[in-house]
Design a protein around this ligand. Structure first.
Ligand SMILES: O=c1ccn([C@@H]2O[C@H](COP(=O)(O)O)[C@@H](O)[C@H]2O)c(=O)[nH]1
Length: 224
C-alpha cells in the first residue's frame, strides 16, 4: 500500500516549504499546498515544490458561484494537481461544474464540515443536526454531483466510507497521541483515521512544527 500521508506545507515562506518537503521525502506520499502557501507563492511556488518529486494536493477549498469555480479550476489545471478541494456546501451545480472543468486525472473532493468546527460552531452558523449528519448530507450531494470523494474528520469517515464504497476520503485534523490540538476540534490519531477508512491522511503542524520534520514524519509513518 502506498504511503497515505500528505504533509500540509502551511507557510508563506517558499524556501522553508521546500526544505520541509525535502526532509520528509521518503516518509510521506505527497505534499499539500493550501491557501497560505498559494496566496504567497502562487503558480511559481507550486512549480518549485513539484521539483521535489511528490504528488501535489492543492487544498484551495474553492467556494463561489459555479462559473467562477469552474474558471478557477481551469486556471489551475496547468499545475496538474493530484487532488483539489472545493466546498461541498457550494451546491450540486457548483460541484458538477468544478468536476467538469478539472483535468481527467485530478481527484476533486468536497469539504463537508471543517475539522475545526464542532456542534456548537455548527449551531452558531445555522446548521442543523450533528457533524455526522452534515457530513452524511454533503457526502451524498458530492457523490450525486460526480465528485471523487470528500474531506471529513476521522470521526465520520467510517460511516462515509460505508455509504460510498468507491469514494476517496481525505482526512485532516490528525493528532498523534499527546500532540497539541491547536484549532482542531474533531481530531483523531493518524492510525485511527486510517483504520476508519481514510484514503489520505493530511498532517501539518505535528510534522512541520517539529525540530526535525523528517524524523516526525518517519515516526508517524511507523504508527500506521
Ligand atoms: O476540514 C479541514 C480541511 C482542511 N484542513 C487543512 O488540513 C491542514 C491541517 O493542518 P494541521 O496543522 O495538521 O492542523 C491545514 O492545511 C488545513 O487547512 C483542515 O485542517 N481541516
Amino acid at each position: 500500500m502506498s504511503n497515505p500521508i500528505y504533509v500540509a506545507l502551511d507557510t508563506p515562506d517558499l524556501d522553508r516549504a521546500i526544505a520541509i518537503a525535502k526532509s520528509v521525502k521518503g516518509h510521506v506520499g505527497g505534499l499539500k499546498l493550501g491557501l497560505e502557501f498559494f496566496c504567497a507563492s502562487g503558480h511559481h511556488g507550486v512549480h518549485e515544490i513539484q521539483k521535489v518529486g511528490l504528488p501535489i494536493f492543492l487544498d484551495l477549498k474553492l467556494h463561489d458561484i459555479p462559473n467562477t469555480v469552474a474558471k478557477a479550476m481551469q486556471a489551475i489545471n496547468v499545475l496538474e494537481p493530484a487532488i483539489v478541494t472545493i466546498h461541498a456546501s457550494g451546491s450540486r451545480a457548483m460541484m458538477e461544474d468544478a468536476k467538469a472543468a478539472a483535468n481527467e486525472h485530478t481527484r476533486v473532493v468536497g469539504v463537508t464540515l471543517l475539522t475545526s468546527l464542532d456542534q456548537r460552531d455548527m449551531e452558531s452558523v445555522g446548521y442543523t443536526g450533528t457533524p455526522h449528519d452534515q457530513v452524511e448530507r454533503l457526502a451524498e450531494l458530492a457523490q450525486e454531483a460526480g465528485l471523487d470523494g470528500i474531506v471529513c474528520s476521522g470521526n465520520e469517515v467510517a460511516a462515509a466510507h460505508k455509504a460510498w464504497k468507491k469514494g476517496f476520503f481525505v482526512v485532516p485534523g490528525l493528532r498523534p497521541a499527546g500532540t497539541a490540538m491547536g484549532d482542531q476540534k474533531r481530531a483523531v490519531t493518524p492510525r485511527q483515521a486510517r483504520d476508519n477508512g481514510a484514503s489520505v491522511l493530511v498532517i501539518g503542524r505535528p510534522i512541520t512544527g517539529a525540530d526535525n520534520p523528517g524524523e516526525a514524519a518517519r515516526a508517524i509513518e511507523g504508527t500506521l
